[in-house]
Design a protein. Structure first.
Length: 339
């Protein structure tokens, strides 16, 4: 008996061509950018007319001013953050911190004052500290303080508030107090099963150069995008929202603090650029703007997502609300004393 192999089913060339055509028409970033540019060129008349309106000119002025002022600090912070993340051994932090958790918390909080970096970098660094045996309370204090009191952020705050140098001191004091308080609170009330051990960072195993540029690209894309969104929001608030609405919110001390604190969470602006955004909201009190500067680097939408991914949902659902409430409370108290 002869066994013959069954012939393969006929291939429908039309379906294959359709699939090939579908793959050929997949969208990618250059194609989308090209289509947007062609659309803008085709509609340049209406676009030019819309941009010539007074409200749009005011919007563009605020937007460009915020971006131009903040961009140098953003780039410098990203570069320094990448240098620290790649070239400073993680074991350095474990050796430098005291063994007693109660003492390690303020030391880790003060370490944020000398280590430049935005909140996008502080989460993986804190994860690396926990993974290498640093007490979680100290790692969390560093996570909160580093994006808020490092030299780049404080310098940017001084430039954004040239007539209010007290804002720099108030931001430093309030942020450090919140960071240490949250570290001690976790040491006192935190449970090991709330904190998921962080996974290994994506750049381990790569060469120094590849890890450095990978970190730079990641932070520039994320921080730069949030800067643009924040600048657009600030420009919209100044140019589109009726001044009477902003004055009404700014005129109530409680509402103004809560409004800017919630705005900091929603906008998720990089800490190296947030001072320029909130400085443009001059109708709000210095205390309300201080709440924006303290809350934003500690808890916003992107930070919550990063904390969930690094330490687990159970941790983030407990840590984020407590940080938000404590940051507002401390900002108000420090603002009353220093501002």
């Amino acid at each position: 008996m002869t066994i013959t192999k069954a012939a393969p089913p006929p291939v429908d060339r039309g379906d294959a061509d359709d699939r090939q055509g579908a793959r050929g028409w997949q969208f990618n970033s250059p194609l989308v950018l090209t289509m947007v540019l062609l659309l803008v060129v085709a509609a340049q008349g209406p676009v030019r007319q819309a941009l010539s309106a007074p409200v749009m000119q005011s919007w563009m002025t605020v937007f460009v001013a915020v971006v131009v002022q903040a961009l140098p600090f953003l780039v410098l912070g990203v570069l320094l953050s990448a240098v620290i993340a790649v070239f400073v051994p993680p074991t350095f932090f474990a050796r430098a911190l005291p063994k007693r958790p109660a003492l390690a918390v303020p030391v880790a909080g003060m370490a944020g004052a000398v280590l430049p970096g935005c909140e996008c970098a502080s989460v993986p660094v804190a994860g690396a500290l926990v993974r290498r045996g640093v007490t979680p309370a100290a790692a969390l204090a560093f996570l909160l303080s580093a994006p808020a009191i490092n030299p780049i952020v404080l310098t940017a705050t001084a430039v954004a508030f040239p007539n209010d140098p007290r804002m720099v001191l108030a931001r430093f004091v309030a942020s450090l107090l919140v960071a240490c308080a949250m570290g001690w609170l976790w040491q006192r009330l935190g449970r090991a099963d709330w904190l998921r051990p962080p996974s290994r960072p994506a750049y381990e195993g790569l060469g120094k150069g590849a890890a450095f540029w990978g970190s730079v690209r990641h932070d520039v894309m994320h921080a730069g995008g949030f800067l643009v969104v924040g600048a657009m929001a600030a420009a919209s608030l100044k140019a589109v929202v009726p001044a009477s609405w902003l004055q009404a919110a700014a005129g109530n001390p409680v509402v103004s603090v809560l409004a800017l604190a919630v705005l900091a969470v929603l906008l998720s602006i990089c800490s190296e650029a947030d001072a320029f955004v909130v400085a443009s909201l001059s109708q709000f009190s210095l205390t309300a703007r201080l709440a924006f500067l303290v809350v934003g680097p500690m808890i916003d939408l992107k930070l919550f997502a990063m904390q969930v991914g690094t330490f687990g949902r159970g941790f983030a659902l407990r840590f984020a609300p407590a940080t938000f409430a404590l940051a507002i409370t401390v900002s108000v108290l420090v603002g009353q004393v220093l501002l």
